[in-house]
Design a protein around this ligand. Structure first.
Ligand code: GLC
Ligand code: CA
Length: 558
């Protein structure tokens, strides 16, 4: 398998609004990130993925961009950005930008022009359609509730917005739009950034027939309906030629609605499109059919099946990205682990082990390395995320769920669970700000915070640090093959990694029961040693007792 630095890296995602506030306005900022680079250096990560920092009216916290070449006023200035980039590079840390080009803000000058008249030079930068039978052109829904079409009285036509009404979709079939995007990408790369995480890139090419899709619980088809459209690969190959070829970047496409076959095209080793994609099948493992608003717990066998399908499916042909969390997902320890006091740290370490020992590039979302948890939001007024707020009003309004049900689902699944301030220490507001934070701080910060964990050898933080270090010194973790064992076991996730003579056995207990585990054939307990584990006294044995939420990695030479 061909080696590459981005296969050997660990990426850390920063959600700037919630990371560190340097000037007391309650909003995280670039100078706050610069202040905390030594913390990230200590953790050992190689790359930062920075959620959007561009000028934005913040309808969707920066994912609605009104100027791609300016920094959001609240986050600082371009000088602050340059200083942060240089300081990161000084520490050997790369910075990957979020590239949000499926849509812009409706306050972007292109859209301001586009909506003015049908013959405006920018008209074709966006997707305009006439009414069909006096209604929306089709039944596509917005990701954030309601129809994906908004009627604009100015020209009496609808524009498409797969996300909020303030995020009109760009028309990628227009070569001028693609030129603008490539110019902008080259501008950032010339500045020295190290690559891009491409927001919903699987959605950029729409079927020109705009066919209806299957309606979901709110009556609209999924925003994912246009995923993997007719020209998406052609456009990404063009982007490769016009922007990325000859540059040493990391590219990862956020590919909602991607299938394994499509992923092989996006992320194939031939380097014609992207280095890797984010797939989301494992994020649906606890959905209720196609509806994410539920508090159903997953069946571990489903998770194993999905992860294994991707591990095996991309082996040798493409490359996986590995994640349990990001800014759109709740906290993994509350979702797949156990956030009750007793097992919070054990289960956070177990989840980390299970993910970081797989083949692919691991992504750590800010606070995951502390085992930060979901948030005890009191009522709907505590939420800031438009997805959560809109879904609440829509689904309660339609009588699909009661208020109580919807609040329960939001506490479990809302994106705001991952967006509360980073917990730096046990001082007021978790050391995030001296002002009033833009969203509530999780009250458990007095117990869960970075200062406490950095000073304690057996903390979640130090466990992550060790996992990251091991990846740097063991090729088998990066490049080894993956094989699932015990697919039908409901509690244990067990898999092997092999590279040449080296082999690893990864054993993770996802539940609070004590379990017996028999070493599989070909594994001799006398020749095994423990590489890492979340119980300090774990020992290899032919018959092992696996404790609640235990994770242990056994290592051997064949
Ligand atoms: C992506 C982002 C999400 C955003 C959406 C629209 O899914 O990760 O946060 O709301 O795209 O840009
Ligand atoms: Ca600030």
């Amino acid at each position: 398998m061909e080696k590459a630095w981005w296969k050997e890296s660990v990426v850390y995602q920063i959600y700037p609004r919630s990371f560190k506030d340097s000037n007391g306005d309650g909003i995280g900022d670039l100078n706050g990130i610069t202040e905390k680079l030594d913390y990230l250096k200590e953790l050992g990560i190689d790359v930062i993925w920075l959620s959007p920092v561009y000028q934005s009216p913040n309808d969707d916290n920066g994912y609605d961009i009104s100027d791609y070449r300016k920094i959001m006023t609240e986050f600082g200035t371009m000088e602050d950005f340059d200083r942060m980039l240089a300081a990161a590079h000084d520490r050997g840390i790369k910075i990957v930008m979020d590239l949000v080009v499926n849509h812009t803000s409706d306050e972007h000058p292109w859209f301001v022009e586009s909506r003015k008249s049908k013959d405006n030079p920018y008209r074709d930068y966006y997707i305009w359609r006439p009414a069909k039978d006096g209604k929306e052109p089709n039944n596509w829904g917005s990701c954030f509730s309601g129809s994906a079409w908004k009627y604009d009285p100015e020209t009496e036509m609808y524009f498409l917005h797969l996300f909020s009404k303030k995020q009109p979709d760009l028309n990628w079939d227009n070569p001028k739009v693609r030129d603008e995007v490539y110019d902008m990408m080259n501008w950032w790369l010339d500045k020295g950034v190290d690559g891009f995480r491409m927001d919903v890139i699987s959605l950029i090419s729409k079927d020109p027939d705009f066919p209806d899709g299957k309606p979901g619980i709110n009556g609209y088809a999924s925003f994912n309906e246009p995923a993997n459209g007719p020209h998406v690969h052609e456009y990404l190959q063009e982007m490769r030629r016009r922007v990325l070829d000859g540059r040493d970047t990391l590219t990862v496409g956020e590919c909602s609605g991607v299938t394994l076959e499509e992923a092989k095209k996006y992320a194939r080793n031939d380097g014609r499109e992207l280095n890797m994609v984010f797939q989301f099948e494992h994020m649906d493992v606890d959905a209720d059919g196609s509806n994410k608003w539920s508090d159903k717990k997953m069946d571990l066998r489903d998770l194993k099946e999905i992860m294994t399908k991707w591990e095996k499916g991309l082996e040798d042909t493409a490359w996986n990205s590995l994640f349990w969390e990001n800014h759109d997902q709740p906290r993994s320890v509350s979702r797949f682990g156990n956030d009750d006091g007793k097992y919070r740290e054990k289960s956070a370490k177990m989840l980390a082990t299970c993910l970081h020992m797989m083949q692919g590039t691991p992504y750590v979302y800010q606070g995951e390395e502390l085992g930060m948890t979901n948030v005890p939001f009191r009522d709907i007024s505590d939420f800031r995320d438009l997805d959560s707020i809109n879904a609440y009003h829509e689904l309660v309004g339609q009588g699909v769920f009661t208020e109580e049900e919807m609040m329960r689902y939001l506490r479990y699944k809302s994106r705001d669970n991952a967006r509360t301030p980073f917990q730096w220490d046990d001082s007021e507001n978790a050391g995030f700000t001296t002002g009033t934070p833009w969203i509530m701080v999780n009250p458990n910060y007095t117990e869960i915070n970075a200062a406490e964990q950095m000073g304690r050898a057996d903390s979640v933080f130090n466990y992550y640090k060790e996992l990251i270090r091991l990846r740097k010194t063991n090729d088998v973790i990066v490049y080894g093959t993956y094989e699932l064992l015990l697919p039908d076991d409901k509690e244990l996730y067990v898999y092997e990694r092999r590279l040449g003579e080296k082999k690893l056995l990864v054993i993770c207990n996802f539940y609070g029961n004590n379990r017996k585990f028999t070493l599989p054939e070909g594994w001799d307990s006398d020749r095994l040693s423990v590489m890492i584990g979340n119980y300090s006294d774990a020992q290899p044995a032919a018959e092992m007792d696996i404790r609640p939420y235990e994770a242990v990695v056994l290592e051997a030479e064949d």
